[in-house]
Design a protein around this ligand. Structure first.
Ligand code: ADP
Length: 375
């Protein structure tokens, strides 16, 4: 069991690429932390610095209060599972999992106990005598996790462990990692580019871009109170809609004005802006597709939009719309509730109307891209 602390951690590669800028994070004992962000944002580099596989250009990494910068990976009490989980093809599953223990000259009876325990937790007991080629992708991934588990590490590091698997298996393994986490009771740092994986696995998520941390928070916090446009757009699928709008203050009440529709802020939003002394300004209004309602007829406070694309997803339709401001908007419609006539109206070029409540609105400054409320 261990805490991990990164203080002003920095990585500059030989080619002068600064992959990680002053990374600060306190990871609590037994916490499941996910680093998420687009490819190249510095997730793997940060993880590899914790593991000791990459030198640190500045700052410190502590595991359980001990600075580990000068320790070899094997002396850091960490275990790592990679995207490419190269198993030894000529060895059985048992021998693959036992390999690192035998290198360390762990007595065979203890090897047996640790390997069979890990196999039981991972549900691969029946495959221990098989060779890797006789296993499915998911089973191989479990063997790779088993190999990391037997080392009794204080910190479990996982770098995109599921990205080699097909979508169905990935969902299944994601659920298994949640179960594994409950059984292992260890500190986890998990790297992924997939926001769904981050949201479902993490106690807290670290959202990164270009080597910087953009926001750290629980899945609920980063979803409900994104601090900037990047986080708002990265977390959530389909992605949050962004619309050009104006913030207008009359007396002590703010409202958002968009294409002739005026939406007063709710008391909490209003109080937050008042406290910051914000004046009238252009804004980028963010509204999630799932918070955007659709009506088929014109009504007060509804914004007219043109249908561009109608995607049938099974239980719901994703409609891609554009407003008179040329903003692109996605809405979700449950197919079950649609009448025959309504379905007929959902074709290219037709007009629909969207509405959303004040509490669904996220307000961003178009220049700084920061949230006016949470930024
Ligand atoms: P991620 O894991 O988020 O995809 P990485 O940590 O692998 O990102 O990479 C971060 C940045 O560092 C990228 O710009 C990448 O090109 C660069 N980088 C990674 N490894 C090296 C290396 N060994 N030498 C030089 N640049 C590297």
């Amino acid at each position: 069991m261990a805490s991990v602390k990164l203080t002003d951690v920095k990585k500059v590669y030989d080619n002068n690429v600064t992959a990680v800028h002053d990374f600060n994070l306190d990871i609590k004992d037994k916490e499941f932390i996910v680093f998420v962000g687009p490819s190249g944002c510095g997730k793997s580099t940060t993880l590899r610095m914790v593991a000791g596989l990459e030198d640190i250009s500045g700052g410190t990494v502590e595991i359980d209060g001990v600075v580990v910068s000068d320790l070899q990976p094997k002396d850091r009490a960490i275990s790592m599972v990679f995207e490419k989980y190269a198993l030894y093809p000529h060895m059985t599953v048992y021998d693959n999992i036992a390999f690192s223990l035998r290198l360390k000259k762990v007595p065979e009876d203890e090897v047996f106990e640790r390997v069979t325990n890990a196999a039981q937790v991972l549900g691969i007991t029946d495959y221990l005598t098989r060779k890797p080629r006789a296993l499915s992708g998911g089973q191989r991934q479990r063997v790779a996790i088993g190999r990391a588990m037997v080392r009794n590490a204080k910190v479990f590091l996982m770098d995109e462990p599921l990205s080699n698997l097909d979508a169905k298996l990935r969902n299944q393994m994601r659920a298994e990692i949640i179960l594994l986490r409950q059984k292992l009771d260890t500190t986890f740092i998990y790297v992924t580019h997939d926001q769904t994986e981050a949201m479902t696995l993490g106690d807290r998520i670290v959202i990164m871009r270009d080597g910087f941390i953009e926001q750290v928070g629980t899945p609920q916090e980063v979803f409900e109170t994104p601090v900037n446009l990047f986080v708002a757009g990265f977390i959530g699928s389909p992605q949050m809609n962004f619309l050009k709008a104006k913030l207008v203050k009359s007396g002590d009440q703010y409202q958002v004005s968009i294409l002739g529709v005026n939406i007063p802020l709710n008391p909490d939003q209003n109080a937050a802006l008042l406290a910051k002394g914000i004046q009238d300004q252009d804004i980028t209004l963010g509204v999630r597709p799932e918070h955007t309602a659709v009506c088929f007829d014109s009504q007060a406070n509804a914004i007219p939009c043109t249908i561009n694309v109608n995607e049938m997803m099974g239980s719901e339709l994703h409609l891609h719309l554009s407003s008179a401001h040329n903003d692109r908007i996605i809405v979700r419609l449950p197919t079950m509730d649609l009448t025959h006539d309504q379905r007929a109206q959902l074709s290219y070029g037709n007009t629909l109307y969207i509405t959303f409540p004040a509490k669904a609105m996220h307000l961003f400054d178009p220049k700084s891209e920061r949230s006016l409320i949470y930024g």
